[in-house]
Design a protein around this ligand. Structure first.
Ligand code: LER
Ligand code: MN
Length: 233
């Protein structure tokens, strides 16, 4: 019952894009988005890195994802790859970050690929945690290819009023992640998905909603349970 799939890729070079295209065609599906977090979690590549060589490697890694996304007609997520900042060096980190995003977005515009910057909770990333903070940054970049990714798991920790934030900054929102407050499938926790669905309808959201949660009790059951729960809403 899913219309598309979000895939997580460590490095575009490791992936056979032709095989993915064939697989999508055979299953009447498509790739909505490419998650890039493994580049940070495994390879420690980030856009706030003050080591210019490592930051350049992060940018090149992202250009690889963008090339792949152009072939698949997908978007590219930048979540954990934003990296973390040391507040005693905040200005330097933010300047490195902004320069990197400008270079990445320049390439994304050239390749006609959307980049989705994710607002992530404070326990995982220590800057731009709320929808409002992320919207301010995205507006400062001023690119039609740069949009925000909102994730219910992070919103549950950071937002004062989820509906209000979605409505207020709706024009920036391009992609959505759904997980319940315990990172399990929608319906397995106590998050109010109806509220978010109504707010997304109100802003006329036309993007994808991707499930990003723990595979309990197993992947297939968790995927089915989440979809069943949301379709009832
Ligand atoms: C990535 O989309 C995300 O939401 C992170 O919390 C994963 O670590
Ligand atoms: Mn997410």
């Amino acid at each position: 019952g899913f219309q598309a799939v979000e895939i997580h890729v460590r490095c575009a070079d490791e992936v056979n894009v032709g095989e993915i295209i064939e697989c999508c065609a055979a299953n009447n599906s498509r790739i909505s988005t490419i998650g890039t977090g493994m580049s940070y979690v495994i390879d420690k590549l980030s856009l706030t890195d003050l080591d210019s060589l490592r930051r350049k490697t992060a940018i090149e890694r992202l250009k690889g994802y963008i090339d792949m996304a152009a072939l698949l007609n997908s978007g590219v997520i930048i979540g954990s790859m934003r990296g973390k900042v040391d507040y005693s060096n905040y200005e330097k980190h933010m300047s490195a970050y902004k320069d990197s995003i400008l270079e990445v977005i320049d390439y994304a515009e050239y390749k006609k690929v959307y980049i989705y910057l994710e607002a992530i909770n404070r326990y995982e990333i220590n800057f731009h945690n709320t929808i409002e903070e992320m919207a301010d940054f995205i507006e400062s970049i001023n690119s039609s290819k740069l949009k925000m990714l909102i994730d219910t798991f992070h919103m549950n920790i950071e937002e004062s009023d989820m509906e209000d934030s979605i409505k207020k900054f709706g024009s920036c929102i391009g992609h959505v992640h759904f997980a319940d407050n315990n990172r399990r499938h929608p319906g397995a926790g106590q998050f109010d998905f109806a509220k978010v669905i109504n707010a997304l309808k109100e802003i006329g959201f036309k993007g994808h909603v991707a499930f990003e949660y723990l595979p309990y009790p197993d992947s297939d059951t968790a995927a089915k349970n989440g979809l069943d729960y949301l379709l009832k809403l």
